[in-house]
Design a protein around this ligand. Structure first.
Ligand code: AP5
Length: 215
């Protein structure tokens, strides 16, 4: 499967793709995490941190270069956070043939509620929420025992700027793919397990024959 996933901030893209990766051969390629892990790396376009902490996109050239290196020889992946501009989409089509697009939807107020309270694992990037998806031990990741921290770009002002940029730049990319790819649409406003049930049921036919996700 060569898939791409879209949806507003806080739709749960990261959480569901991580769960998919833990259970299947599909690799979760998350541009936001790659950039966070390299946020202080100096490049000809500056360091990713300069853009990310303001809620701005990092330059296309930088993310295109990363994705080309990361996707080399990957047979099965779900791309999360890329492409986010039409130029990135054009570049992607020159290096990979996508098979399906997943679109998860939530409203802006849900985005704000989920992200202002989000905590992430500083090691594996797993997402938690004190009310909707609490860790077994407060402040500690269920999977790798590392500390949970707040993301630098999860304050309300930056979130609202990220929503505006999403609407201006990413929505046209989604429209572009609607005509080109099979689309799976998920209502992500509902509780986490209900969203996972729909997500896994819709994804399963695209996986290797031996893989069972549902149940
Ligand atoms: P990125 O890391 O991709 O951030 P984002 O787009 O803002 O996406 P989120 O991680 O906020 O959303 P998500 O849907 O994955 O949320 P999650 O699963 O954690 O990008 C960060 C930055 O990197 C960008 O702003 C930009 O600067 C840069 N960047 C990245 N890619 C780039 C590119 N291609 N080009 C240029 N720049 C780029 O879920 C969120 C919360 O909700 C969690 O707390 C979770 O517990 C909770 N939750 C999830 N589902 C449910 C549910 N069903 N019910 C209740 N709570 C739920």
């Amino acid at each position: 499967m060569k898939a791409v996933i879209f949806g507003p901030l806080g739709a749960g893209k990261g959480i569901h793709c991580q769960r998919l990766q833990r259970r299947t051969e599909v690799e979760h390629v998350e541009m936001g995490k790659i950039l966070r892990d390299n946020k202080d790396t100096e490049t000809p376009y500056g360091a990713p941190r300069e853009y990310m902490e303001e809620g701005e996109f990092v330059p296309d050239e930088l993310v295109n270069d990363i994705v080309e290196r990361v996707l080399t020889e990957k047979e099965s992946f779900i791309l999360d956070g890329y492409p986010r501009t039409l130029d990135q989409a054009e570049f992607l089509s020159s290096i990979a043939d996508l098979s399906v697009m997943v679109y998860m939807h939530v409203d802006d107020e849900t985005t704000i509620d989920r992200l202002t309270n989000r905590r992430i694992c500083e090691s594996c990037d797993e997402s938690y929420h004190p009310e909707y998806k609490p860790p077994a031990t407060e402040g500690i990741c269920d999977f790798c025992d590392a500390e949970l921290v707040e993301r630098n770009d999860d304050d309300e002002e930056t979130i609202r700027r990220r929503i505006a940029i999403y609407e201006e730049r990413v929505v046209p990319v989604i429209e572009h793919y609607r005509d080109e790819l099979e689309q799976i649409t998920i209502d992500a406003e509902r509780p986490y397990e209900e969203v996972w049930k729909d997500f896994s049921t819709a994804i399963e036919p695209h996986l290797q024959e031996s893989t069972t996700l549902v149940g």
